[in-house]
Design a binder for this molecule. Structure first.
Ligand code: IVH
Length: 717
């Protein structure tokens, strides 16, 4: 997943007002997108903790520059606009959000703020409630009958889900008991039991539907269905804990706990853990108790909500921005869970990196079902950190181990520790593979590296698309008309799987029934151009060819060094095969390998990477097939063949037909030397628009001055 920018940049301490304004605008946009993903699509893209961090960042910046608080700031708004799929409902009293506390101190400050605001000496009674991780719902009753049910939406306007809500057993359609107000909006949380969520997901997968990420999304997705029958088939539940408009209160001197009792009598389910606390200590004790029980509760909670018990005090405290002064959410830290690591699989990335992945017995952590965790690399499994220091006290990870996993603001869960007491007697240290699971090529881990890589550059299916893109890229074969998109499409359709397929494309197309010309985005001209561009590259310089192979550490510069040293593909290939044979043989270091190492600028790492490539027989075979289709020019041949070979060229002024880099690369490819300044030795000066002193000097010295077009004509277009 493309991550959103971390909320840490730029630094708050040095933030100017102008930068703060831009940063707030950026964060608002990022958070709005996440709000839509979460509230409208029921498919969040980041973990809640990460979202909270974004919000904290906004709060910090706004605290520093209060004048920058905008109306659309995430601190002033709630949720996301209601979906157009549902009728809109205006809430008589807005459905607001809650401020967050993460530490005991922040909870104490919350209570002190209340005391200051109300000028109270004593600590007000506080009701502590589990914070249910579902979606909030407002139910309007008139004369005791349910008339309207609405989601929160953006806080003032929600979605009409009345028909769907009537199918939820926990929600009475007629209020019971006495003292029923003429009109009231009763509120609470729709949620799904963890067990129901797991069973539903299994049904979803069996029916070929996408599974839900967690019970919350599952509840939201189930409630917000166009087809009431679908909602009716989903096991939704409801806890009541709040209210909006009340024509009358059903009691004198109403309190939060009194209202919860009344809600129970009226026919609602009220969470049984809710406790009335007389002090901050009591509230924190409740928080810790609920925290330890969290994993064993049947439903997900993500914190505790503290509310001032007296409703008259709630009314006096009122709201600040989108959150009440009389309530706060005390969030839980990342949740951990214990499960069994059943198997370690190896995935091969697009660039050939072998990444181990833990396959876990599925378990819910922090509201999400976790079945996989990354194991990063071989050292990580062994209990060694990137810095070489012990990880998890140096304990290695084995298949069959019972492990503690955690999701901490990260969507990808981590293995925090291994429970050694539970390690099976026959568990063996994990042996990191020495061959690539995708293609069987040997996999190597270079000295000083933590990553093990597949060496099957030309043949590995896991790397194929990336390799092909590199193969046709500007500094390699430079084939016009074969961009990233076309490579992906041709690969997906099996037309270009290996580099050689590029050069047999036209032949195969001639015989094919579904032709390239029939593909979307292609016409007669573009197909002709594509085949023309491919044919134009059937003769290629050695350095480009070596670069195109995609051998690790062989960038443009090293490819040139190798090309210059060996002069021809034959010489290069023969030497590399000899070096590879020596390396794999009796341990004798071959002359060829030494020679390679001795090339100025080529070190052991580069040398080993080239040798590894040639040690893989199938790379060599793929190379052979490729050479049936193309011709790799010897270094001298490439340079002496052209009109500008051996000439010195200077480019000046602003070029319009090509970039300076392109011009330079092309000239060098044709054997010319590109210089930065004009002298008597300069053969050509290519002058673009607004050329200045260099052009003048060329004229003074009588150097040949060419326009861009003249230059193009000289080098053959
Ligand atoms: S009181 C004006 N109590 O948390 C404040 N909210 O982050 C009204 N939530 O939108 C909310 N359990 O969806 C309250 N016991 C509880 C809650 C609770 C879960 C949710 C609710 C609210 C969100 C705020």
């Amino acid at each position: 997943m493309a991550k959103t920018a971390k909320p840490s940049a730029p630094d708050l301490a040095t933030l100017t007002k102008a930068k703060a304004k831009v940063e707030l605008m950026r964060l608002t946009l990022v958070m709005e997108a996440h709000n839509v993903a979460y509230y409208q699509n029921d498919a969040p893209k980041i973990a809640d903790a990460e979202y909270d961090a974004l919000r904290r960042r906004v709060e910090e910046i706004e605290a520093k520059f209060p004048e920058l608080v905008a109306g659309n700031s995430p601190t002033q708004t709630v949720g996301a606009a209601p979906s157009r799929a549902f009728a809109k409902v205006q809430h008589a009293v807005p459905m607001l959000s809650l401020g967050n506390a993460f530490t005991d101190e922040e909870v104490a400050e919350f209570v002190e703020r209340i005391q200051r605001f109300l000028k109270l000496d004593e600590v007000p009674a506080i009701v502590a409630e589990p914070k249910i991780d579902g979606l909030s719902l407002s139910l309007r009753y008139e004369n005791g009958e349910l008339v309207r049910a609405a989601t929160r939406g953006d806080g003032s306007t929600g979605e009409d889900v009345t028909a769907n809500v009537r199918t939820i057993g926990d929600i009475p359609t007629t209020l019971k008991g006495s003292a029923i107000p003429a009109a009231c909006e009763l509120r609470g949380e729709v949620y799904m039991l963890k067990s129901d969520f797991l069973a539903l997901n299994q049904r979803q997968v069996e029916a070929g539907e996408d599974p839900f990420a967690n019970p919350r999304n599952s509840a939201a997705g189930s409630l917000r269905q166009k087809d009431v029958a679908v909602t009716a088939s989903r096991p939704l539940k409801f806890f009541a804990y709040a209210w909006g408009e009340m024509s009358d209160y059903p009691m004198e001197e109403p309190t939060q706990h009194g209202m919860l009792d009344w809600l129970k009598k009226a026919g609602f389910t009220v969470n049984p853990l809710i406790t009335l606390c007389a002090s901050v200590e009591d509230a924190l004790t409740f928080y810790r108790k609920v925290g330890t029980e969290r994993a064993s509760l049947g439903y997900d909670i993500d914190g505790v909500v503290y509310k001032v018990d007296r409703i008259d005090w709630q009314a006096r405290l009122g709201f600040a921005g989108r959150a009440p002064r009389w309530a706060i959410a005390h969030k839980f830290a990342a949740e951990q869970a214990t499960t069994v690591l059943e198997k370690i699989d190896i995935q091969v990335g697009r660039t050939g990196a072998l990444t181990p992945v833990a396959r876990l017995t599925p378990i819910t952590v922090g509201g999400v079902v976790v079945a996989n965790a990354t194991l990063h690399n071989e050292d990580y499994i062994k209990g060694i950190g990137n810095d070489g220091q012990p990880l998890r006290d140096g304990v290695d990870i084995r298949e069959g181990d019972t492990v503690v996993i955690q999701r901490a603001g990260d969507v990808i869960p981590q293995i925090v520790s291994v429970i050694l007491d539970k390690r099976p007697a026959d568990a063996k240290p994990f042996e990191f593979p020495t061959t690539c699971p995708a293609c069987g090529s040997h996999a190597v881990r270079e000295d000083g590296e933590v990553v093990t890589r597949c060496t099957g550059a030309l043949i590995c299916p896991a790397q194929a698309v990336e390799r092909l893109r590199h193969f046709v890229s500007r500094l390699a074969f430079d084939i016009d008309g074969l961009g990233d998109k076309q490579i992906q499409e041709f690969y997906d359709d099996g037309l270009i799987m290996h580099p050689v397929d590029i050069f047999t494309l036209q032949k195969r197309d001639a015989r094919a029934t579904k032709k390239i010309i029939d593909r979307e985005g292609f016409g007669e001209v573009s197909v002709r151009n594509l085949f023309g561009a491919i044919d134009a590259r059937r003769r290629i310089e050695l350095n480009r060819f070596i670069f195109a192979l995609g051998i690790r550490h062989i960038g443009e510069g090293n490819a040139k060094l190798l090309a210059r040293h060996y002069g021809s593909l034959d010489a290069f290939r023969t030497a590399m095969l000899a070096a590879a044979a020596g390396e794999q043989g009796s341990g004798n270091i071959s002359e060829a390998y030494q020679d390679l190492n001795n090339i100025g600028g080529v070190g052991k790492i580069v040398a080993d990477a080239v040798v590894e490539f040639f040690a893989e027989q199938r790379n060599v075979e793929a190379l052979g097939e490729l050479l049936d289709e193309i011709e790799v020019l010897d270094v001298e041949q490439a340079k002496s063949d052209t009109a500008v070979a051996g000439k010195t060229v200077v480019f000046t002024g602003s070029l319009t037909k090509f970039t300076r880099d392109e011009a330079k690369a092309r000239a060098e490819r044709l054997g010319a030397k590109v210089a930065g300044s004009v002298s008597k030795k300069t053969d050509y000066v290519v002058a673009g628009e607004d050329a200045g002193s260099k052009l003048k000097k060329a004229r003074d010295l009588g150097v040949n001055v060419l326009t861009e077009d003249e230059w193009l004509a000289l080098i053959g277009g």
